[in-house]
Design a binder for this molecule. Structure first.
Ligand code: PLP
Length: 425
C-alpha cells in the first residue's frame, strides 16, 4: 500500500508503534522495544505516565489554547515560575516555543536584539563549535557544525559564525582558551553577539564532555569581552545529566539557555528560551517587544504538561536515579570496551552516554543500531571522529524512570547485539 506520510528514509517501511508504557514501546505485532534512547533523548519520564496523562485530560477540558498576543495563561506563568525556581532563581524569564530549533532561533534573535537595544547593533555574529548540532531550521543549522545535516544547504546558511575546532575531549583548557581568544581577536569582540555551546555535545559528539574548569573559564573570558554565553541545553537540560541544567556540573550560569526535549518529555511539543533578567531588561526598557514567536508559543496544554513533567521529576526524585543508573551503565560499558577493540570511546554524564566506534569500520553504527532494534532495543545515532563527520557513534539515554532490573536487561540486549555484529564482521 502506498504511504502518503513522509518518513525520514523514503524507501524504508517503518514498523508502526501502537502503544507504549514506561520504558517500553510496542509495535503492531506486539513486539516490545526498550526505549534506550528516550526517542531522540526526549522521553524523560517514560511513556504513558498515568499522573501526566490524567493531568493532560483534565487540562483539555479546561483550556487547550489561547493566542499569546491576545491572552496570557496561568499555565505559562506557572511553568515560567517553576523554571525560575529550579534554575536556582538564575534564569528569570522564559519564552516558550514548540521545539529545540525554534528555541535556538529565539536565543539568537534575543542576543542580537539585546545588543541592538544596548546601542551596539554591529554585534550580531556568533561563535560556535565545529562539533555541534543546534537544530534543523536554517538559522539553527547555520550555527551547527553537523556536516551531514548541513552540507546540502551550505549555500543558504548564514556565513558569519566562527567555529571552534579544538578537541573538547583531548585538548587542554589552555588550548581551548587560546583558540577562543584568537577567534574573538580575529573577528573583533565588537562584532560578536554570543558564543553558543552545547554543555555536553550530543548528536554531533557522542556525549563529549569538556575538561575540568572549561565552562568557568570560557564564561569569564566571554564576560571580559562583552560576549553572551548561550547554552544549548535542549538535549542536556531538565535532568538528563542528573542536574536540572548540565552547566550546573561546572557551577556556570549562562546568559541565555535553550531547553526542549525532556521538558515536554514526548507528551507535548514544547521548548523554551530562558534568559537572565539582565538580558530582558534593556529590551523591556527599549522597544518593549521581543521579536520572535509562533502561533503555538506558550500553548496552555503544553505548558501544563511541562509543569507536571518538572513536578514528577522532583517528586519521584528522578534525577537521583539518573545519576545512579548512569554510573551502573558506564561501568557495564567499560566492560564492553575491554571486550571489543572497535569501541574507541565512552563518555557522558547521567543518562546521556555515548559510545564511539573506530571510524575505520565503515557502517558499524548502522549495523549495531539495526541489530539492537531487531533484538528489541532502541539506541540513537551520533556522529563523531576528528572532524565530526564519521557516522560512528551511538547515544544510550533511557528514560529517567528506568529500574535496575530494566537497566540490566537493556545492557544485556546491547551486549548481545554488539556480539552478534562482531561475529558477522
Ligand atoms: N539543540 C540540540 C543540542 C539538539 O540536540 C537538538 C535536537 O536534536 C536541537 C537543538 C533541535 O531540537 P528540535 O529537534 O526539537 O528542533
Amino acid at each position: 500500500m502506498t504511504s502518503h506520510n513522509i518518513q525520514p528514509v523514503l524507501n524504508k517501511i517503518y514498523r508502526k508503534a501502537v502503544s507504549a508504557s514506561g520504558i517500553y514501546i510496542y509495535d503492531e505485532e506486539g513486539k516490545a522495544y526498550i526505549d534506550g534512547s528516550s526517542g531522540p533523548v526526549a522521553c524523560s519520564i517514560g511513556h504513558s505516565h498515568t499522573k501526566l496523562t490524567a493531568l493532560m485530560k483534565q487540562q483539555l477540558d479546561k483550556l487547550q489554547y489561547v493566542y499569546r498576543s491576545q491572552f496570557g495563561s496561568y499555565e505559562a506563568e506557572q511553568l515560567a515560575d517553576k523554571l525560575f525556581k529550579v534554575s536556582g532563581e538564575k534564569y528569570d524569564h522564559a519564552f516558550f516555543v514548540n521545539g529545540g530549533s525554534e528555541a535556538i532561533e529565539t536565543a539568537l534573535k534575543v542576543a542580537i536584539q539585546y545588543w541592538q537595544e544596548n546601542g551596539q547593533p554591529e554585534k550580531y555574529q556568533f561563535i560556535t563549535r565545529q562539533k555541534s548540532y543546534h537544530g534543523i531550521t536554517l538559522g539553527a543549522l547555520s550555527i551547527s557544525g553537523h556536516q551531514i545535516r548541513r552540507q546540502r544547504f551550505e549555500h543558504s546558511l548564514i556565513k558569519n559564525p566562527r567555529n571552534l575546532t579544538a578537541d573538547l575531549e583531548n585538548d587542554s583548557l589552555e588550548i581551548h582558551l587560546q583558540e577562543l581568544d584568537q577567534v574573538i581577536k580575529e573577528t573583533g569582540a565588537e562584532k560578536i553577539a554570543g558564543l553558543v555551546v552545547e554543555p555536553i555535545i550530543g548528536a554531533a559528539g557522542t556525549a563529549m564532555v569538556p575538561p575540568d574548569g572549561y565552562y568557568e573559564a570560557i564564561k569569564r573570558l566571554c564576560d571580559s569581552q562583552g560576549i553572551l554565553l548561550i547554552a544549548d541545553e535542549v538535549m542536556t537540560g531538565i535532568g538528563r545529566t542528573g542536574k536540572w541544567f548540565a552547566l550546573e556540573h561546572w557551577s556556570t550560569v549562562a546568559d541565555i539557555v535553550t531547553i526542549g526535549k525532556s521538558l515536554g518529555a514526548g507528551y507535548a511539543p514544547i521548548a523554551a528560551t530562558l534568559m537572565r533578567a539582565s538580558i530582558l531588561e534593556p529590551i523591556k526598557k527599549g522597544s518593549g517587544i521581543i521579536m520572535s514567536g509562533h502561533t503555538y508559543s506558550g500553548h496552555p496544554l503544553s505548558c501544563a504538561t511541562a509543569l507536571k513533567v518538572l513536578e514528577i521529576i522532583e517528586e519521584d526524585r528522578l534525577m537521583e536515579n539518573v545519576s545512579k543508573t548512569g554510573k551502573i551503565i558506564m561501568n557495564y560499558l567499560s566492560g564492553l570496551k575491554g571486550k571489543y577493540d572497535f569501541i574507541s570511546g565512552l563518555r557522558g554524564k547521567g543518562l546521556l552516554l555515548g559510545m564511539e566506534f573506530s571510524p575505520s569500520l565503515k557502517g558499524l553504527q548502522a549495523k549495531i543500531i539495526d541489530c539492537c532494534f531487531k533484538n528489541g532495543l532502541l539506541v540513537y545515532p551520533s556522529v563523531g571522529g576528528p572532524n565530526g563527520k564519521d557516522e560512528n557513534g551511538i547515544l544510550i539515554a533511557p528514560p529517567f524512570i528506568i529500574s535496575e532490573e530494566e537497566t540490566r536487561l537493556m545492557l544485556e540486549i546491547l551486549d548481545q547485539s554488539i556480539s552478534q555484529v562482531n561475529k558477522a564482521l
